[in-house]
Design a binder for this molecule. Structure first.
Ligand code: MTE
Length: 318
């Protein structure tokens, strides 16, 4: 018997709107939720996992895929970062405040009908902003749960109009030596990541321009970054300035640095250890609680079919 189950993103009533309207409405909701928390009231549709005002201000529509964990407080998620262009230390957030977020433009090139460059604000006029709470699992075995705002990556694929022979989507991060002291040295800059177009078109793949209902902080990849929640965090390139299409699998930043440790696929799998540490568990930043890691970071229902016909070797998971 065929059973059609309504999946999280299919639920009716998803809230979508422009970026400006989104941020103003969201900040009003934050104020309302904070007032409600003070008065001991709840807000309809709010997940009661935490007393934090931040959790209370998350709209129900953002919880369509319940992460099953409390939100990481913003002051933790915004001060514990990986952004090697600035530093290999996690506390780079102050340094990143000097990173200009406007003007910002993105170039689309390679196997597209017609290459073009577009200002970020003009691009954002063509999309509707929504919010999604996702788990985010770093290959270093720490994790956080945060509300991203942005739009489905599939929308960017549609706007770019790749040719029918394109198979891969490649994301290049900005290089700004005036503010990024980590550039140079032996690392193969710019930071470059990629997905297959099939992966990029999956409903979970997301382009984020905001975090906790505010514009994306520079240290988290502002003004625009990738979010691919079923893969290790290094696949989610930050501060994107170029999106290219190709029929060849790209040689990504981490694969160039250490091909035996960081591959192209990098799907989360607790059963496939990193050569230097186990991936069976993860530490939740903020509480330091240790929890079991889930295959595809718990998003297998949505994404495992992407890999159904492929050899299930460790290469898919590193
Ligand atoms: N993107 C760029 N351009 N540079 C980086 O160093 N680090 C990656 C990814 N994207 C990185 C990047 C890694 S290893 C992780 S875990 C996530 O960003 C961290 O995102 P966060 O700091 O917002 O948690």
């Amino acid at each position: 018997m065929l059973i059609t189950r309504l999946r999280g993103w299919d639920k009716p009533g998803r809230a979508v709107t422009s970026e400006n309207a989104f941020f103003s409405r969201r900040s009003a909701m934050g104020a309302f939720a904070a007032a409600g928390a003070v008065a001991g009231l709840g807000v309809a549709g709010i997940r009661p996992a935490s007393a934090a005002d931040e959790t209370a201000s998350i709209p129900a529509s953002a919880m369509r895929f319940d992460p099953g964990r409390p939100l990481t407080p913003s002051n933790v998620a915004e001060t514990y970062n990986n952004f090697y262009e600035f530093s290999t230390d996690k506390d780079l957030w102050q340094m990143a405040q000097a990173f200009p977020q406007r003007p910002w433009s993105i170039t689309f090139d390679g196997m597209v009908e017609k290459p073009f460059t577009i200002g970020l604000d003009d691009l954002l006029k063509q999309v509707q902003i929504e919010e999604r709470v996702y788990r985010h699992r770093c290959v270093e075995a720490w994790a956080m749960t945060v509300p991203w705002s942005g739009f489905p990556l599939a929308k960017l694929v549609a706007l770019a109009k790749p040719t029918s022979s394109a198979k891969y989507m490649i994301f290049t991060s900005d290089e700004d030596p005036k503010v990024m002291p980590g550039l140079g040295g032996f690392m193969p800059w710019p930071y470059l990541e990629g997905l297959t177009i099939a992966e990029a078109s999956n409903e979970l793949a997301f382009i984020a321009t905001g975090l906790y209902g505010k514009p994306m902080p520079p240290q988290n990849g502002g003004p625009i970054r990738l979010v691919v929640p079923w893969k290790y965090g290094f696949k989610s390139g930050k501060s994107i300035v170029k999106v290219s299409f190709s029929d060849k699998q790209p040689d990504t930043f981490w694969a160039q640095l250490s091909p035996d440790e960081y591959g192209f696929w990098a799907n989360v799998n607790p059963a496939v250890p990193h050569p230097r540490w186990s991936q069976a568990q993860e530490r939740l930043i903020g509480t330091d609680q240790i929890v079991a890691t889930q295959i595809y970071n718990g998003y297998g229902e949505w994404v495992s079919s992407l890999y159904a016909g492929m050899p299930q070797t460790r290469k898919l998971f590193m």
